[in-house]
Every structure is written in structure tokens, then in C-alpha cells.
Design a protein around this ligand. Structure first.
Ligand SMILES: O=C(O)CCC(=O)C(=O)O
Length: 279
């Protein structure tokens, strides 16, 4: 990426909480990600989609070690480095797929370290890289965001303090404000192969999928400034429980992306609810 373009994307990420980098997944890699994701989705029990009515699906990438290739995909790491994040670590990821004719994803934010004061400062603690495997728009369930909500309180924070509850996932109350249009929201339509980089504190959601095609996104969670985070957050991230099937990848291609902590701090408590310090 040209230096000027990279600077603009970085500024947008800090100011708005997200940016889009075009064409990161090359066609051959996109095809492979589609094949593996479709295989995992086709293997799910129907009850999975019932429990995840609003999300669509929530399948850990640890279910297939192929995803270690996507996590360490050089063009994605180059995009992060262009933004100034040249020593990221990686924690987890999910295959999130809206079946044909399925409802909206609820508004939520995904940060879990709100007890630490660094959570109220501009630099991102954790970012998502979202790869949509089809072109997206309002009709088939593109991403929606509230720009700036990673740093500024929004009326929705009141309604969706606890994100990812069983009731929100299963859409127990379709009239809940978490599924409704929200003041200031904007769509983020993309082309298959683009990557959306977003701050985990950002309020985001997705439109329902009215099309007759599956709409899949792979969300991968990176820690762009791991080495600058407080010890107790590093300590939490360095625990990274992983299945045995990922051990070779963890020692191999994922080694540079694996959080290591040698300090004395106790891991921070998991807290998904922003505190009063949010402006
Ligand atoms: O399904 C989507 O478009 C967004 C997924 C999402 O919100 C997430 O991975 O946190």
C-alpha cells in the first residue's frame, strides 16, 4: 500500500474505529477459504443455526487447521504492517455465516478488557480482520457500524451491555433495540476478498440476508500492539488454549503471532461492559 493511503487508513481506524483494505485475499486463497468454510458449515447440526439465529453461525476456526494459513497469510500481515502494526499477535477467529433469508445480527462490541484504563484511549487493543467470502450489500447482509463508537458512548451501549447472550443470539425478542436501525449507523459493503479491519470496541451489526445465497464472513482477532499493552492483558492473551491439531502450526507458521508473557502480572478479569470512563 502506498504510504499516503496507509496513513489515511490508519487515521480512519483510530478516528472511526474501522477501515477497509481492498483485494487482500487473492482469488486462489479466497476459493480455498470458501471450500473449507462450506465444509464446516455443511457439517453443522441444524440446532447450531437455531441457537445462532441472529449471528447465523459461530464456528471456531480451531475446528480446521487450514485457518492457520489464513491467520498468517502474508498479504494480510503486510496490510497490518502498512498500518504500523508490524508485531501483531493473534488470538482466535470464527466462521460466521448467514444462511439464505436469515435475520439481522444484533448490535454489539467485542472488547473484554474494559477494566483497564488503556481501553479508553485511541490505540486499538484488539482488532478484527473480517473477510467476507461474497460481495456484500444491504440486501445480503453487509456489515453496519457506528463510526466513533469505540471511543464515544452511544445510546445503544445501554441496551447491549452484555453482547453475545444466548437470548440475543437466538433472537428471543426480535423487537429488542439490538436488531433495530440505530442513530448514526452506516453500511460497510465490500467485495469478496477485501478485509475490514475494525477496533473490537466498535459497535457493529449486520443486515439480514434476504438473498438465496449463504453470506459467510471469517472474523480473525489480532492484537496489533501486543508489546505495548499492560502486563495483565498480555498475561490473559498468552494463555491461548488451542486444540492439539494446532500445535504444529503454533510452533511453526504462527510462532511470530503467538503471544508470550514472561512477567508477574495476574491475567485481567474478562469484562465485556464498558465503564464510566467511556466518554
Ligand atoms: O456477520 C457479520 O457480518 C459480522 C460478524 C461480527 O459481528 C463479528 O464477528 O464480531
Amino acid at each position: 500500500m502506498a504510504a499516503r493511503a496507509a496513513r489515511d487508513k490508519y487515521d480512519q481506524l483510530l478516528r472511526d474505529g474501522f477501515c477497509v483494505i481492498e483485494g487482500v485475499l487473492k482469488p486462489e486463497m479466497l476459493a480455498r477459504v470458501r471450500t473449507v468454510s462450506d465444509r464446516l458449515l455443511d457439517a453443522q447440526d441444524p440446532s447450531h443455526f437455531e441457537q445462532q439465529k441472529s449471528t447465523g453461525s459461530m464456528i471456531s476456526v480451531f475446528d480446521d487447521v487450514f485457518f492457520a494459513e489464513l491467520v498468517s497469510y502474508p498479504p494480510a500481515l503486510a496490510a497490518l504492517a502498512d498500518l504500523g502494526f508490524d508485531r501483531p499477535t493473534w488470538s482466535s477467529g470464527f466462521v460466521i455465516s448467514k444462511p439464505p433469508r436469515s435475520p439481522a445480527l444484533f448490535w454489539h462490541q467485542d472488547w473484554w478488557g474494559w477494566d483497564d484504563l488503556c481501553s479508553y484511549e485511541p490505540p486499538p487493543q484488539q482488532v478484527f480482520l473480517m473477510y467476507y467470502l461474497v460481495d456484500t450489500d444491504r440486501y445480503n447482509g453487509c456489515l453496519r457500524v457506528i463510526a466513533g463508537s469505540h471511543l464515544n458512548r452511544h445510546p445503544l451501549h445501554r441496551y447491549v451491555e452484555e453482547a453475545h447472550t444466548d437470548d440475543l443470539r437466538a433472537m428471543a425478542d426480535p423487537d429488542h433495540p439490538a436488531y433495530q436501525p440505530a442513530p448514526g449507523e452506516m453500511d460497510v459493503p465490500v467485495r469478496a476478498g477485501d478485509v475490514v479491519i475494525g477496533d473490537s470496541r466498535l459497535l457493529h451489526a449486520a443486515h439480514g440476508n434476504k438473498s438465496d445465497q449463504r453470506r459467510t464472513v471469517i472474523t480473525l482477532w489480532y492484537i496489533p500492539l501486543y508489546h505495548q499493552l499492560p502486563g495483565r492483558i498480555q498475561a490473559y492473551l498468552a494463555r491461548h488454549p488451542r486444540p492439539d491439531t494446532w500445535m504444529d502450526a503454533t510452533r511453526g507458521k504462527l510462532k511470530p503471532l503467538t503471544a508470550v508473557y514472561d512477567g508477574e502480572a495476574e491475567p485481567i478479569a474478562w469484562n465485556r461492559v464498558p465503564g464510566h470512563a467511556l466518554k
